[in-house]
Design a protein around this ligand. Structure first.
Ligand code: WQD
Length: 336
């Protein structure tokens, strides 16, 4: 069978394409290349266009005999979603509606939807299970929650098999050329500071946590990808009909701990290391968001393989390999 992977030229999408093809699955990618890059998926069938283009989606599903869809294409910046909520509803909700409509028409059997820990909002819990009530606190998280519900409703109406996969804090790369090129999350933001010879920033150290900084569940993008392979197999082989699951490690790491790991992994020399600068809290940051990873382990037998050091090391390899493209930046100080 063939899988349509939307957003397959992006950071997470390209890792899923890589893992699915290495697992022997046939794939075709639909990507509008707004943030994706086809160089990440050389040799893979790519259709350039939007999931909101109904005739195009129908044609791709038909021409490639698609039986399963992995829907990763989306806008994903929280702060942008607060400024441009209707853009997020258009891209993430309307895009999904058009895709689902075409998928049902084309008798697609299995549907994987990229969701996010952002659906939970600010859960005041040690570990977040899937049974926790979803209360997203920004338009981005709302569009992901609405998307899950849309997938569930269509599944109930048509028998579509589905998996809503809630990613926690994704980091790392399986190969340098697949690395994240964005600069909106903790790990790349600290890399950028190091590259500019500046001190890393910590947004708030007065949270009710052991060291006062926020705690997150960082998960390697290669583990995210392997979870998709496991879910795709379980759905297409009929062992599973419906799944809503966290993809995380079930282990919290604080921002301060992460910054220390980055210092150690990047080999920043002591004389070049500038102590992190404390900044005001970033509005909307929950103190602690850590997955319970029990459900996905029980239903798919999946668990994360990589730890935080591996995430940071591989992300740094990707960052330094792109440094020729970042010619505006001076080289990192004191790093190997
Ligand atoms: C992590 C922690 C920052 C940079 C968001 C979305 C989530 C998902 C991933 C998409 C926070 C702190 C950061 C820095 C810092 N998105 N920080 N200094 O906010 O947990 O999750 O991205 O699909 O839905 O909400 O991730 O990496 O931005 O921040 O102190 O230079 O690091 O304040 O506590 P976040 P993040």
């Amino acid at each position: 069978m063939t899988w349509l992977i939307t957003g397959g030229a992006g950071y997470i999408g390209a890792h899923v394409v890589d893992a699915m093809t290495r697992a022997g699955e046939r794939v075709v990618v639909l990507d509008d290349l707004s943030t994706g890059d086809r160089a990440r998926i050389a040799g893979v069938d790519v259709v350039v266009g939007s999931v909101s283009d109904a005739p195009l989606v129908a044609r791709v599903l038909r021409d490639h005999g698609v039986r399963g869809v992995v829907h990763i294409a989306a806008k994903k910046q929280v702060e942008e979603s607060v400024r441009l909520p209707l853009y997020y509803y258009k891209e993430n909700v309307e895009g999904l509606r058009v895709l689902l409509d075409a998928a049902v028409d084309a008798e697609v059997e299995s549907f994987l939807f990229s969701s996010s820990a952002a659906v939970y909002g600010a859960p005041d819990l040690a570990l977040v299970t899937e049974a926790v009530e979803c209360r997203p606190v920004n338009p981005y998280g709302e569009t992901k929650r609405v998307g899950e519900r849309m997938v569930e409703a269509v599944a109930a109406a048509t028998g579509l098999r589905f998996a809503n996969l809630r990613y926690f804090n994704v980091a790392g790369s399986a190969r340098p050329d697949l690395a994240d090129r964005g600069c909106s999350n903790l790990v790349p933001m600290v890399f950028q500071q190091l590259s500019l010879g500046r001190a890393p920033q910590i947004f708030g150290d007065d949270y009710p946590t052991a060291d006062g900084t926020c705690i997150r569940d960082f998960v390697h993008v290669a583990d995210i990808a392997s979870a998709h392979v496991a879910a795709a197999r379980a759905l297409s082989e009929g062992q599973l009909t419906a799944l809503t699951a966290n993809i995380g490690r079930g282990e919290g790491v604080s921002v301060r701990e992460m910054v220390t790991i980055i210092r150690d992994v990047t080999g920043t020399a002591a004389e070049d290391w500038a102590e992190p600068v404390l900044q005001a809290r970033r509005p909307g940051d929950p103190a602690r968001v850590v997955a319970s990873a029990d459900h996905i382990r029980g239903s798919l037998g999946w668990r994360a393989e990589y730890g935080v050091e591996e995430m940071v090391r591989s992300a740094w390899e990707g960052w330094t390999s792109q440094s020729s493209d970042r010619s505006a930046l001076p080289p990192a100080r004191g790093t190997a």
